[in-house]
Design a protein around this ligand. Structure first.
Ligand SMILES: C[S@@+](CC[C@H](N)C(=O)[O-])C[C@H]1O[C@@H](n2cnc3c(N)ncnc32)[C@H](O)[C@@H]1O
Length: 326
């Protein structure tokens, strides 16, 4: 087992890109917004790991049950040999099932692509005992990382992309299809994508999943303001903002917001900004779209894939979808 990490390059000065995006999002007319990718600094990535173990958040366990049960069948459907690229791997815990199943057939290069350095490190630690793999982590945005993986593809090798955990749901529906089409453009016919999609379920169940009883999701969300304090020398008073999870029925999504408990102003010197908040005003920090099982077949087709197989968990409505590039 070989472990290697490709660090963020000079083109990724996250701090300054972060400052620019914070400025754009908090000065937007109407709904203020912070991009959900910024939830994942070191603290956020650790908190996400805790969320994935919460009783209310059945999503990760459903994803893992499907991978545990069907990995053999999934990899048997692939054109071998494959290199595995995982977009937003997080800790990579669930990926073990796929890598071990592949290990029965081949030695595998595994390329986790992560914006969060600490998630990448967790992932490398988590999977380092699997003898049949070599891990090369890319600290990159999804498409940038995938392009680098594709550039290193060996002759006759297929790329098997993993996009698990329903992270696709963080995109609006149209943007999600566009993203899949971008992924498809980087791939070749016969390459494949395993896409995890959380399915529609009752609102009460969804609200609990995104607003758990002991407040871990609230901490995950509020950490974004703490991150702005840490990295951009801002003076957000975290006690004056509250985590809110709400259903958006038209978008069929759960949204996370941070609600200002009173009228207040915040200084963010690192983004050269002073922002005013009205009492009750929110910052929109994340959307998680939910899908109907059939919908995924259409999304795949619109992006240039064929959804060849779908597996659905019996306990928590969640689908694992195997898409083949046409
Ligand atoms: C919802 S978590 C899912 C983690 C893991 N795949 C799972 O299923 O548990 C999303 C992961 O994607 C990473 N991420 C978010 N935006 C990204 C981007 N634009 N490029 C690369 N990684 C990103 C985050 O750091 C985080 O680890």
């Amino acid at each position: 087992m070989l472990i290697h990490a490709i660090p963020a390059n000079a083109a990724y000065e996250f701090a300054s890109e972060f400052a620019a995006n914070v400025r754009v999002g908090l000065t937007r007319p109407g709904q203020k917004e912070l991009l959900s990718k910024y939830l994942y600094d070191d603290v956020g990535s650790s908190l996400f790991e805790v969320i994935s173990n919460l009783p209310e958040y059945g999503l990760t366990r459903a994803d893992e049950r499907l991978l545990q049960r069907h990995s053999g069948e999934i990899v048997a459907r692939l054109d071998a040999p494959v290199a595995v690229a995982e977009l937003g791997s997080g800790s990579g815990k669930k990926t073990r099932w796929i890598l071990e199943a592949l290990g029965r057939w081949q030695r595998t290069f595994y390329y986790p692509v992560e914006i969060s350095r600490s998630a990448l490190l967790m992932c490398q630690r988590e999977l380092s005992d699997i003898d049949s793999i070599s891990i090369v982590g890319f600290e990159r945005e999804y498409l940038e990382g995938l392009r680098e993986v594709a550039a290193h593809r060996q002759r006759n090798q297929h790329i098997f992309v993993l996009f698990l955990g329903s992270t696709i749901g963080n995109f609006d529906r149209d943007a999600g299809v566009q993203f899949l089409a971008e992924v498809r453009r980087i791939l070749k016919p016969g390459d494949s994508l395993l896409l995890g999609t959380d399915l529609e379920k009752p609102s009460a169940q969804l609200l609990k999943a995104y607003d758990d009883e002991i407040g871990v999701t609230a901490a995950f969300n509020l950490n974004l303001l703490a991150r702005i304090n840490r990295e951009l020398a801002a003076d957000f008073d975290l006690s004056q903002f509250a985590h809110v999870a709400r259903i958006n029925p038209e978008a069929r999504s759960v949204e996370m917001h941070l609600r200002s408990k009173r009228r207040q102003a915040v200084r963010i010197p690192g983004a050269d900004l002073r922002v005013e908040f009205a009492e009750g005003e929110t910052i929109w920090t994340e959307s998680s779209h939910k899908y109907a099982p059939d919908e995924v077949f259409g999304m795949a087709r619109a992006a240039g894939f064929e959804c060849q197989a779908q597996w659905i968990d019996e306990r928590w409505p969640f689908a694992e979808n195997l898409l083949i590039a046409e």
